[in-house]
Design a protein around this ligand. Structure first.
Ligand code: HEM
Length: 528
């Protein structure tokens, strides 16, 4: 008995010891190690707001956000000076800590960067494949992106990029134009019916996102209406589940705070993966039976590029089917909302600037003519439209930040950014910085892009709509084409005015969106 008592006590002691070790490891990982990193940066003069355990600076960020929602900018005083509205906490912290500082999401320190010179020096030290993506975001967004191009690192990134990038070359994507024209014409018919029934107020953000979703589902999978809709609805539901919840990214066990939603996202993610896998396997089977006639869509192009990477029919440097699924999800999440928002913000800005609406309409008439069956080879002649697009992406960047994680120590002058540091680049701040763009930084002036692809910005890393370096957006050619097609068709058919119901309050839900939708008064130019 006594022997059992002693061994029981021993087991309890060992268990307590193991628990203590585990606790110490967790404390080290969650608190001591990040603090050491922060101290290292502080010694080099990089400050930041004081964090608290375990939320870091999240409480203050949420408080500032909700204050802002209550005092959002109203349409009578519509300004493009949006940084303090979109990122109120960064705008406040910039005043006391400058354009480079450290803030904390839970127990994860982030190096905030809104200084293009610092960014240039830091990125000149790192080749694209040595950049990481913050592990906290990789885990958080795993159901959406998995190991798709946005999230992979190192040699895997090189392998993915070598297969994905050629699929997006301008010659390949030209064949996708007719699907874009078809989906846009359907939207135009819908709008005409609504206007004819006496309601000219249209939430263009909701409408354009739905159309861009249909376009991306069709351009990836060539699916006709209902099938594309099914895939689109499921993917969109996943995004909503992940981003409409009260989120605590970086906080230990943060994703279990809303356990139901986390499970829901996991379940949806699995359903989507199975659905996409069955589509891709069916396509692969079809391709091997019908080699001459493989389908002309992004999936077809991806599978074709992938085939070239196979060595003697074996995997070699090719993507696995699981990776192809993740790439398709990445195209969907990375591609449709960003493009739709570029178009939606453009419609708002054109509604405010009737002169530019007319200038673009004149250009369309000159370059493309007057018909709804576009010839895509003409689109490159729409120069002013490209300036407008660049200017809108500057004022309202759909991707409002770019992220990295250091995978080595990085030297920037006399500072060392330690290996593992998360980096958060504030694109909105840089795009609105009067020191970079001049006094008129917050004005809509597309002509600044007339003779300068960098819009006259006095630093070449101050304009980052599509990111920077080797990891720059792979889908930008597709966006240029879709933007020009949709806008050409819309401006040829309608005129736009801001609705009195519009409340100007851009906010971030992964991308930069109008919080309360984007109602515009839409009038047909002639009987449609
Ligand atoms: C207005 C539209 C778009 C904007 C503003 C945008 C913006 C961005 C940004 C800022 C990045 C990060 C770059 C970096 O980390 O340096 C990125 C990467 C990426 N984008 Fe886009 N994007 C758009 C459209 C698209 C489209 C249409 C697709 C595909 C269908 C796409 C697919 C991707 C992919 C796969 C990456 C990862 C590239 C890599 O890490 O190698 N994007 N995009």
């Amino acid at each position: 008995m006594e022997f059992l008592g002693v061994s029981g006590a021993l087991v309890a002691l060992v268990a307590a010891f193991c628990l203590l070790i585990l606790l110490l490891i967790l404390i080290f990982c969650w608190w001591v190690s990040p603090i050491l990193k922060q101290k290292k940066l502080k010694r080099c003069g990089i400050g930041g707001p004081t964090p608290s355990f375990p939320l870091g600076n999240i409480k203050e960020m949420k408080r500032k956000n909700s204050n802002n929602i209550h005092s959002s900018i109203v349409s009578s005083n519509l300004t493009h000076d949006i940084h303090s509205n979109v990122f109120p906490y960064f705008s406040t912290w910039q005043k006391s800590h400058g354009k480079v500082f450290v803030y904390w999401l839970g127990t994860e320190p982030f190096l905030y960067v809104a200084d293009p010179e610092f960014l240039k020096k830091m990125s000149s030290e790192v080749i694209a494949k040595r950049w990481g993506k913050p592990s906290v975001f990789r885990n958080d967004r795993d159901p959406m992106f998995g190991s798709g191009l946005v999230m992979v690192e190192g040699d895997d990134w090189v392998r993915h990029r070598n297969i994905v990038a050629p699929a997006f070359n301008p010659l390949n994507i030209k064949v996708l134009a007719s699907m874009m024209v078809e989906s846009t014409n359907k939207m135009i018919e819908r709008w005409a019916t609504q206007i004819n029934s006496g309601n000219p107020e249209i939430d263009v953000e909701r409408e354009v996102i739905a159309t861009a979703g249909e376009i991306i589902a069709r351009t990836i999978f060539s699916m006709k209406d209902n099938n594309a809709r099914d895939v689109f609805d499921k993917l969109r539901a996943l995004q909503m589940t992940l981003f409409k919840t009260n989120r605590y990214v970086g906080v230990p066990f943060g994703k279990y705070f809303d356990f139901k939603k986390t499970l829901e996202a996991k379940k949806l993610g699995k359903e989507i993966d199975e659905l996409l896998l069955s589509i891709i396997e069916a396509r692969n089977k079809n391709n091997s039976l019908n080699k001459e006639n493989s389908q002309q869509d992004l999936l077809g192009m991806l599978l074709q590029e992938n085939q070239h990477k196979k060595v003697d029919g074996k995997v070699g440097k090719a993507l696995t089917m699981r990776e192809v699924v993740d790439e398709c999800k990445t195209f969907f999440f990375g591609g449709h909302e960003t493009t739709a928002l570029a178009i939606s913000w453009t419609l708002l800005v054109l509604a405010l600037h009737e002169d530019w609406q007319n200038q673009l309409r004149d250009e369309i008439r000159e370059v493309v003519g007057n018909n709804n069956m576009l010839d895509v080879t003409m689109l490159s002649g729409l120069k002013k439209m490209k300036w407008v697009m660049n200017e809108v992406l500057r004022l309202y960047p759909p991707a409002p930040n770019v992220q990295r994680q250091a995978r080595d120590d990085i030297k920037v002058d006399n500072l060392t950014v330690p290996n593992g540091t998360n980096i958060w680049i504030d694109v909105v701040a840089m795009h609105h910085d009067t020191e970079l763009w001049g006094k008129d930084a917050n004005e809509f002036r597309p002509e600044r892009f007339k003779d300068d692809v960098n819009g006259g910005c006095n630093h070449r890393m101050g304009y980052l709509s599509f990111g920077f370096g080797g990891r720059m957006c792979v889908g930008r050619n597709l966006t240029y084409m879709e933007y020009k097609i949709v806008l050409t068709l819309l401006l040829s058919n309608f005129s736009f005015k801001v609705s009195p119901a519009y409340n100007h309050s851009p906010s971030v839900m992964l991308s930069l969106r109008p919080t309360y939708g984007l109602p515009l008064i839409v009038q047909p130019l002639q009987q449609i």
